[in-house]
Design a protein around this ligand. Structure first.
Ligand code: 4AD
Length: 448
């Protein structure tokens, strides 16, 4: 039988009409003559209402009762074709409901393990393949999708070309301690930590370029901000100064937040995300503070009653309590610029006149979401870069192509990488990064 299906998200265009929707039964309730089905199809959730007398009138006593009984006994996650008349419904947040006129079961579902009661995180993580169907998880995935689309849109509008960096690599992009090594026909190969080095080659060919793909860090950190596999958007662009690069990153992050407000308002509402705060982050300029000023601020405030970070000295790296404090102090996304060269990657250009510091910036999201972007101006001089590679204990042979780029028309250039899942947690208001990616890979989690 051919049937014209519509999605739940599009029911607003069919008020008063009879439509058919392919959906799953998320929940059901009701008693006596009335049954309520919570239906979901990925695009949205909404309620279908079945009224027994209507079924008897339409199908006759026997068939009508049988149909109504079928609806009353549908179990959670049964898939159905449900037909009905779309009605406006001011009482529900969604604004519409379906007056059910017919139903057809597609696939049975018995003893669905995730019930409306509370479940522990381990149980939900073991059942991630099913947990993804819940309201909260679908809302987060819709926000993730909105960020991806907004990112492509921003780069396209700003003259960037998508350039795909490889996933298998012969060298380390960031550091050598967090590499996943694999056997490549008898030789070692590594899973990419960032597409950046290849993107720089792309930039010399195409100008403004970006990539977007999975990256891997063998980080033994067990925090709510770390994954071992995550998705990164890297961008690289010639002829912009470090300051101009920050302007671009700020415009990018604002475009991503706006993209979510535009494309996934219902998801934000379901997650009860404070959208006034998101709008504030778009309206107000991001803060820029140097690493050294940030350390001084942290030292000044370490005795305050409401602070709980450890003492830091100039030259120390920040921990997440420090990052949280700094971004909360300013109340908007904050760029911390010019970190010590000692704990940043080899490719960063030193601050003119201060070789101890490099022209880099981490963008810290407020409300405790931590670093969402890492970026820098790149070293352009062959000899200086060679020295830095050696000083970092790296083998220049592994970086031949990267060094080679500096021999044929080297130009000033900057770039950055945004961690998609960090951005998702920030915009959606999700506290743990494991919910920001369909199948999280973490220190003790590779299944499902
Ligand atoms: O600061 P990172 O390490 O920068 C780079 O990899 C550069 N090569 C990027 C570039 O300049 N093209 O990582 C960039 C971002 C971080 O700001 C953070 O958002 C995210 O990647 N990130 C992680 N996200 C989840 N889990 C982890 N273990 C992450 N490590 C970094």
């Amino acid at each position: 039988m051919s049937r014209k299906l519509i999605s739940i998200a599009s029911v607003k265009d069919y008020v008063g009409q009879e439509v058919t929707i392919g959906a799953w039964v998320a929940n059901k309730s009701g008693k006596g003559k009335i049954a309520f089905l919570q239906l979901r199809d990925g695009s949205a959730f909404f309620q279908g209402v079945a009224f027994k007398p209507n079924f008897i009138e339409k199908f006759g006593e026997e068939d009508g009762l049988e149909k109504f009984d079928l609806i009353k006994h549908l179990s959670q996650e049964t898939s159905v074709y449900v037909t009905g008349i779309v009605k406006e419904d001011d009482r529900s947040k969604f604004g519409y409901e379906l007056d059910i006129t017919n139903i057809e079961v597609i696939g049975q579902s018995n003893d669905y393990p995730i019930t409306p009661k509370e479940h522990g995180t381990d149980f939900l993580m073991d059942n991630r393949h099913l947990w993804l169907r819940s309201r909260r998880q679908t809302a987060i995935m819709q926000i993730r999708n909105a960020i991806i689309y907004a990112s492509y849109e921003f780069f396209d509008k700003n003259g960037f070309v998508k350039f795909d960096s490889p996933i298998l690599s012969g060298n380390a992009a960031e550091n050598t301690t967090e590499l996943f090594e694999t056997d490549y026909f008898g030789n070692p190969a590594f899973l990419s930590q960032s597409g950046q080095l290849y993107l720089e080659a792309g930039m010399m060919a195409l100008g403004r370029v970006f990539d977007f793909g999975p990256v891997f860090r063998a980080e033994k950190s067990k925090t709510r901000r770390h994954l071992t596999e995550f998705w990164m958007m890297d961008a690289e662009y010639p002829f912009l100064s470090h300051e101009e690069s920050l302007d671009l990153q700020e415009a990018y992050v604002k475009a991503l937040i706006q993209g979510v407000l535009d494309r996934a308002p219902q998801a934000l509402e379901l997650l009860e995300r404070d959208t006034d705060l998101l709008k504030k982050y778009i309206a107000e300029p991001f803060k820029r503070v140097s690493y050294d000023d940030a350390i001084s601020l942290l030292q000044e405030h370490e005795a305050d009653e409401d602070t709980d970070y450890e003492h830091v000295e100039h030259g120390d790296d920040f921990g997440s309590p420090h990052e949280t404090w700094i971004s909360n102090y300013f109340g908007v996304p904050t760029f911390v610029v010019n970190y010590p060269a000692s704990f940043k990657a080899f490719y960063m250009k030193p601050v003119p006149g201060n070789p101890e510091r490099v022209l880099c910036a981490d963008l810290l999201a407020p409300e405790g979401y931590g670093e969402i972007i890492g970026g820098s101006e790149r070293e352009t001089d062959y000899d200086v870069l060679m020295e830095k590679i050696k000083a970092n204990g790296l083998d220049p042979k592994d970086y031949e192509f990267y060094l080679n780029l500096r021999q044929y028309g080297s130009v000033p250039h900057c770039g950055f990488g945004l961690g998609l899942e960090r951005m998702v947690t920030f915009v959606s208001g999700t506290k743990h990064i494991r919910e920001a990616i369909p199948f999280p890979r973490m220190l003790h989690r590779i299944k499902p």
